[in-house]
Design a protein. Structure first.
Length: 154
């Protein structure tokens, strides 16, 4: 598969974003105070690693397999028990900060994928990017669900 210069540049941007996501989810998993949040961030970090691998394959001119379309087989938990009550505590504030930061990242990276989907010629590439974008949106939804269950999101 031959990529245009624009596609090559966009894949570089996506790869940089995916590297950042892997780093942040990994770091934040070790920083999170709630065990559920640690598990969530670890699961998402694993999916982000797969996204990074897929983008790297695309950069090398390889089309990802039609089966995976760039996605992962891992299910991200979206149902959470309430750990934190209505009041603010230092632990809740710390975990809320991590969630808010990563939710903003997910919004940004999903938007970046949206732009890229329109810029690629090959339908299989567009489908792969679209699949990854849907997973990014699912990550954002899982973070939102955690925050809602813990009175962090109004």
């Amino acid at each position: 598969m031959t990529l245009t210069q624009k596609e090559t540049d966009l894949l570089k941007d996506l790869k940089d974003q995916e590297k950042l996501c892997v780093e942040k989810y990994t770091k934040y998993a070790s920083s999170a105070l709630d065990a559920q949040l640690k598990e969530l961030f670890t699961s998402i970090a694993n999916v982000e690693r797969q996204h990074l691998n897929t983008i790297s394959q695309m950069q090398s001119g390889n089309l990802p397999s039609a089966q995976s379309e760039g996605g992962s087989q891992q299910t991200i938990k979206t149902s959470f028990a309430s750990t934190y009550g209505m009041g603010d505590t230092p632990d809740k504030q710390a975990d809320c900060y991590l969630c808010s930061d990563l939710l903003a990242d997910e919004k940004h990276v999903s938007s970046l994928y949206n732009t890229c989907i329109f810029e690629f010629k090959a339908e299989q590439n567009r489908n792969t990017l679209n699949h990854i974008q849907k997973e990014e949106q699912q990550h954002g939804k899982a973070i939102y669900d955690y925050m809602a269950a813990n009175n962090m999101y109004s």
